[in-house]
Write a protein that binds this ligand. Structure first.
Ligand code: ZN
Length: 286
């Protein structure tokens, strides 16, 4: 399997999405008069070098901005390709304040170190990729909201509308193109990923807040999968709300956390909801 999938799709005016393996991760390029914005950077520097080549198919303009939607490896491990010394002048990097704190901590966090060791052990290819890994941390933090001007009146609104997939999810709104870049708050090619750092009880209200930024014809670019519309976002929101409601009901009934998964009715495969239940019970107070 090649690392690239189907090429760039212009999902809105001068907003280009491309899906990449591994992880079927979305990279989005937003073209402005002053340069290109790249949103998320894939899983390794080697992949980011390929991404840089592919960006030339979109525009010859330099990459002036890089934004990470959240801290997970498949969205940030290519960052350093767009920073000095690999890119001069470097891009300006942005992420939520929470995401930045977490990425800083990943250098010493035992769980993050164990994860990196497991990736390194996967294959010779990954050993080589991990050997050159540099976890480049964005130097510009979004605290709730910040707008970037890409030139000629094109504005990208970076917004934290709540927690869900992580505590530092960033949504990007390009109003002139009527498109929202959702990161992993929205997944189309798979079910939403409830990880050990997720906020299952807050996720649905966060999606409501994202929907409130947009209009009836707005396009939504997920962290994984094809660009979609508001009705898909609403249906995923309803399923996530159902997970939260089931967790609340089981918790209120006094069901122990380690029995809750088996006892509940769920809109997704049970095996995928282990962390959802653990996190929900933690947040409800066990
Ligand atoms: Zn993620």
């Amino acid at each position: 399997m090649t690392d690239a999938t189907d090429g760039w799709a212009e999902v809105a005016d001068r907003v280009f999405q491309r899906r990449y393996n591994p992880c079927d991760v979305t990279v989005t390029a937003v073209a402005g008069a002053d340069g290109l914005m790249v949103v998320d950077t894939r899983c390794s520097l080697a992949e980011a070098r390929e991404l840089r080549e592919h960006l030339r198919e979109v525009s010859a303009a330099p990459v002036r901005w890089v934004v990470n939607t959240h801290v997970h490896f498949d969205h940030v491990w290519g960052n350093a390709e767009f920073a000095a010394p690999r890119q001069v002048p470097p891009a300006q990097f942005w992420g939520s304040a929470e995401m930045i704190a977490e990425l800083r901590g990943a250098a010493t966090d035992p769980e993050a170190l164990a994860f990196k060791a497991s990736v390194t052990a996967k294959s010779e290819k990954w050993r080589a990729r991990m050997a050159e890994l540099e976890e480049y941390v964005p130097e510009n933090a979004v605290h709730g909201a910040h707008d970037l001007d890409l030139g000629d009146g094109r504005v990208v609104r970076m917004r934290q509308v709540g927690r869900g997939h992580t505590d530092g999810d960033l949504v990007l709104h390009v109003p002139d193109a009527d498109v929202l870049l959702m990161g992993d708050l929205l997944e189309v090619s798979g079910d939403p990923a409830f990880g050990p750092d997720s906020f299952p009880l807050e996720w649905a209200p966060t999606l409501d807040a994202a929907l409130a930024l947009a209009g009836p014809a707005t396009r939504y670019v997920p962290g994984h999968g094809e660009t979609t519309d508001a009705s898909f976002v609403r249906s995923q929101r309803d399923a996530i709300a159902a997970v939260a409601a089931q967790c609340r009901a089981l918790h209120a009934a006094g069901v122990p956390v380690d029995e809750a998964l088996a006892a509940g009715e769920w809109p997704y495969e049970r095996e995928a909801l282990d962390n959802a239940v653990k996190r929900a019970f933690l947040h409800l107070g066990q």
